[in-house]
Design a protein around this ligand. Sequence first.
Ligand code: SF4
Ligand code: SF4
Length: 187
Amino acid sequence: MKMPKSQKGFLFDQNFCIGCKACEVACQVYHQQEDMIDWRHVDTFLIRENNMEKEVYLSQACHHCQEPACMSVCPTNAYTKRDDGIVILDRDKCIGCGYCMESCQYGAITLQGNDKKAQKCNMCAEKQDIGELPACIAGCPVKALRLVDIVVADEAGMVKSAVGFKQSSLKPSIRFYPKFRSATFLG
Ligand code: SF4
Ligand code: SF4
């Protein structure tokens, strides 16, 4: 696979997310998703901290992996990776075999739509191309989601782990603010 020139990704702040699901809804509305389809999904986890139970949230969509399994297994080459690292699905090429869905360890692909073809987050590439933010990021009331260059995020001390998140060999392009912001990220 040709390596992209850069790699965009989502930066999520689990310290500040309030679990309102505005990101999930903004994505559904902007992309006119059918009922029960959510390219972005917010999960809730219960943790214990300082002897107190509390809920924390994790907002996830396609992670536009650096080693995207979906792209490797698709028999019709319906997936491509742009120079900015966004993984794009050409639904006209999809034959509905479901191999991509089975290969994605993040459950980011669904074939539950009426046409039974694959669908997933495209990081609102068409919005970004005209200088706008992805719908989920624009919709978050507490700015818990941001767009980042993964190399810049790593250099700024952003981390690869959060409650409920599984790392994998796919090299997912998501980073998290360190707990309680022990580092500052201005991007
Ligand atoms: S998260 Fe899944 S669908 Fe998205 S690029 Fe990675 S393997 Fe493909
Ligand atoms: S909109 Fe922001 S605060 Fe609300 S669930 Fe999504 S990431 Fe969390």
